[in-house]
Write a protein that binds this ligand. Structure first.
Ligand code: DHE
Length: 664
């Protein structure tokens, strides 16, 4: 029970407000709470949660000293005592608000305690984790908190942002575009990350925002400051910028897109057969993200065949249906078409259809190979269709609409796009509105012919093994959504774990469940397999059939090959440096994790691609001083490490044969 009601009210309000803000930051909604009034039930739940011990066995002074050390080690990242709020509230005087027993139960397991205690339920948001500490350590922290009861918390300053000069505003807009917009949205309305419009950010305040930007948050918000990516000055700038109303970037019309179109080599001037003696179908394109380049490698000889200046931060490569052209799309919305039939691969056309984009693909249906190209925009909310040989812009279509629940939107981003082999259609995920949309390229004007309600915040995804089902992550909803493109219906939404991120995913045959589709997760260390064999194993189709624990969170990509015994997985977004260097390999036959091993001493080890024969796996060391490591797939041993100056921030890799044929 509260000891000082006035004080309690102040602190609880502050705690609640900050806790709500944290919930907003991590997109964890306040839990729905059942208040248990039966003391025995409460005791049982707490017992199960490991709580219930309330006193340190050491002498009071020793307990306080031990508690202070434990607090510094485990709590001070989020809390101060008298230093003002960080990610969590200032705990000055908390001993006046709650009894030691209450604090002990709360620290031991906030979630379990919130289920049985009304005061805990009031402030529980899901943001505070149960610490990995034994009962004695928790009791000593409580003793320390009690000992600081006379420390006064400074008043919480809700000053609002400082004014920014035009130059500062522009600089902040650039940083936001490069670092933040992908997850939080151009208009900051949220998607993979939470909404960070002024109504939220003003509540968090400059100090809170600075702390979050510096230290990150559980669930995927990077520690921009700790990681050395943003300087303290940039963090201060961004903490102020995000409290101001977001600027709305302009539209981009078909005429403007056409103005940007640059046909460097007309079709008549291109070779009619390959001019290279190399097997160009076994070329692998490597994105050199921060160099604004794509390297083309000969995967037979490991030689670098060309370095192409594509421009700003290429995100993905896709191969045209015949494989002849690599299509690169940059964050700045520029599409680059690279011809692989020339003696040395070269750019034949470029165009900018968006200010911000992540996806591109070609037409793959029989009779339409290499005829059309689609680009999906993050901003403006539109897709653009181009001629498949020249990149001449043909049409622009708006995708802005209400979301699947009827709520109005100002921003809808085109996320993953796949090209069907069974129909003349592209299938794309519309992030904010939650629709899977189908574009028919056999019709004049390339209309969006169907919008299938799926789930909000669609992100990445790919085909099942048959190419009939499009499986896409609603990653902020922890689900994979499955759409039958033949019937144009949603067939399932499957909860797989915290923030699934399949990339294009991986398809293989499980010894017990038949065909499965796998995803790893950004938010937890787990490989999840869902049944993907509705004909051979209908009882397991689109259900979780296996979960395999992985050491380390922050996985982005997994990959396999029909002839491989393994599934390769990365964990580049782990906040643990060692884990961000590791590779984990799953054994398809034993259905167990075969091994995890460190692959590099720097950067982040990310994204896999096989060579055409499916016998070698290429992995990137994503660093200014980057590397490509090539493993023998049969033995899982390193075959070659390419460590050359031109390997600046290698990220995605795309083998022509595998990409053109959707082998993953
Ligand atoms: Fe990606 C795929 C969006 C961050 C490397 N990324 C995709 C796709 C989307 C997407 C929608 C699917 C395209 C398709 O299939 O048509 N990515 C986003 C983001 O919004 C996000 C979270 C933040 C951002 O601002 O971009 C983001 N992505 C990253 C990275 O940080 C990575 C590792 C490096 C980078 O370039 O920024 C990265 N994304 C990739 C790669 C793919 C990808 C390599 C393709 C995987 C494949 O095998 O197909």
């Amino acid at each position: 029970m509260p000891r000082t009601s006035m004080f309690r009210l102040t602190v609880v309000l502050a705690v609640s407000a900050i806790a709500l803000v944290i919930a907003a930051c991590t997109q964890v909604l306040p839990e729905r709470v059942i208040v248990v009034t039966d003391p025995e039930a409460a005791a049982a739940i707490l017992e199960e949660a490991g709580g219930g011990e309330s006193a340190a066995e050491a002498t009071p002074d020793a307990a306080v000293a031990a508690g202070e050390a434990a607090f510094e080690e485990d709590c001070a990242v989020c809390h101060t005592i008298g230093g003002g709020p960080l990610v969590g509230p200032d705990l000055a005087g908390i001993g006046e608000v709650h009894t030691p027993e209450w604090l002990d139960n709360w620290i031991t397991d906030p979630e379990a305690f919130a289920a049985v205690d009304a005061d805990a339920a009031e402030i529980y948001t899901g943001a505070m984790p149960a610490p990995d500490l034994d009962a004695g350590a928790i009791a000593s922290i409580v003793a320390y908190l009690e000992s600081t009861s006379d420390v006064a918390a400074p008043p919480i300053a809700l000053e609002g942002p400082r004014g920014l000069s035009t130059a500062e505003f522009e600089e902040a807009s650039d940083v936001y575009f490069n670092r933040c917009a992908g997850c939080h949205g151009t208009l900051r309305a949220g998607a993979t990350g939470p909404a960070i419009q002024p109504e939220r950010t003003l509540e968090i305040g400059t100090v809170g925002l600075t702390t979050i930007l510096t230290n990150g948050l559980p669930g995927g918000m990077p520690a921009w400051g700790e990681a050395g990516i943003l300087t303290p000055e940039e963090i201060e700038l961004m903490a102020n910028f995000v409290q101001l109303p977001p600027p709305t970037p302009p539209a981009l019309s078909l005429d403007e897109i056409t103005e940007s179109w640059n046909l460097l080599v007309p079709v008549a001037d291109r070779p009619t057969e390959p001019q290279t003696a190399r097997d160009w179908t076994n070329f692998t394109g490597i994105i050199l993200r921060d160099a604004g380049q794509v390297a083309i490698m000969d995967s037979d000889t490991y030689e670098q065949v060309a370095i192409i200046d594509t421009g700003f931060a290429v995100h993905i490569l896709r191969s045209s249906a015949t494989g002849r052209y690599f299509l690169a799309v940059g964050r700045d919305g520029r599409v680059t078409m690279i011809d692989l039939w020339t003696e040395t691969p070269e750019i034949v056309a470029q165009v900018q259809g968006c200010y911000d984009a992540r996806s591109v693909d070609g037409s793959k249906f029989e009779g339409f190979e290499d005829q059309y190209i689609i680009e999906g925009c993050y901003w403006p909310p539109q897709y653009v269709v181009y001629d498949g040989q020249t990149l001449e812009p043909l049409v622009v279509h708006d995708v802005l609409s209400d979301d699947i629940y009827g709520d109005p939107l100002e921003e809808v981003r085109v996320a993953a796009i796949v090209a069907s082999r069974f129909d003349p259609v592209w299938v794309m995920g519309l992030k904010e509105s939650g629709y899977v949309a189908i574009v028919d390229y056999s019709q004049p004007d390339f209309p969006l012919v169907k919008k299938i309600p799926a789930e909000l915040f669609l992100h990445d995804g790919g085909w099942d093994h048959t190419g009939r089902y499009f499986i896409t992550a609603a990653n902020a909803k922890n689900k994979l959504m499955v759409v039958d493109v033949k019937t144009q219906e949603l067939v399932a939404g499957v909860e797989t774990g915290e923030t699934p991120h399949p990339g294009r995913g991986a398809n293989w045959i499980d010894p017990e469940f038949g065909w499965v589709y796998g995803t790893t997760h950004i938010g937890e260390g787990k490989l999840t397999l869902i049944g993907a064999d509705p004909e051979g194993s209908p009882e397991h189709a689109w259900k979780v059939v296996r979960e395999v624990e992985l050491p380390g969170t922050g996985s982005l990509f997994l990959k396999t090959h029909p002839d491989s015994a393994w599934v390769w997985m990365d964990t580049p977004l782990s906040n643990d440096v060692e884990e961000s260097h590791q590779i984990c390999v799953y054994n398809k036959e034993t259905t167990e994790l075969e091994k995890c091993f460190p692959a590099a001493d720097r950067g982040r080890v990310v994204h896999f691609e096989y060579d055409k024969t499916g016998t070698e796996v290429w992995v990137s060391v994503w660093d200014r001083d980057g590397q490509i490591i090539i493993y023998d797939d049969a033995t899982l041993t390193e075959k070659l490490r390419i460590d050359e100056d031109w390997l600046i921030t290698p990220t995605g890799k795309f083998n022509v044969f595998n990409t053109a044929n959707d082998i993953y």
